[in-house]
Design a protein around this ligand. Structure first.
Ligand code: CO
Length: 133
């Protein structure tokens, strides 16, 4: 079994501060980590839930993939991050299973992680992020 944990569930939102305030109010959640990933055009807030996170994600500019997603699909679940011990091996396993990687090789993610995205087409409609800590 290559998956070690659900690393995070990512939710695309228009207003990051409003979404954080909602989770704080509703669940008493606290932001463990906040980061702008300029190369991906995203800003995110990670709310810790046991060993996993809810990742609230908003766009930093109108051309970012998140902005395009929000314009097309609206707010909601954007991707699931699966934690793995070895991102490169997990990409290989996904390709062997017939999936299409968006990232053919692992690359830096937020929080100092190493990540790769797998296209929803070929993965039963879910954008998958492989996350190696
Ligand atoms: Co993610």
């Amino acid at each position: 079994m290559l998956l070690t944990e659900i690393d995070h569930v990512a939710i695309a939102v228009h207003d990051l501060d409003a979404a954080v305030a909602f989770y704080e109010l509703a669940f008493g959640a606290t932001v463990e980590h906040r980061e702008v990933v300029e190369s991906d055009g995203v800003q995110e807030a990670l709310l810790k839930v046991a060993d996993s996170y809810i990742q609230l994600t908003a766009a930093t500019h109108d051309e970012s993939p998140i902005a395009k997603y929000l314009a097309k699909r609206g707010e909601g679940i954007h991707h699931v991050g699966y934690r793995v011990d070895n991102c490169a091996a997990a990409i290989e396993a996904m390709v062997a299973a017939g999936a299409t990687p968006i990232d053919k090789a692992p690359r830096p993610g937020s929080r100092g992680t190493t990540v790769a995205f797998i296209h929803p087409k070929g993965a039963f409609g879910t954008l998958i992020e492989l996350v190696q800590e």
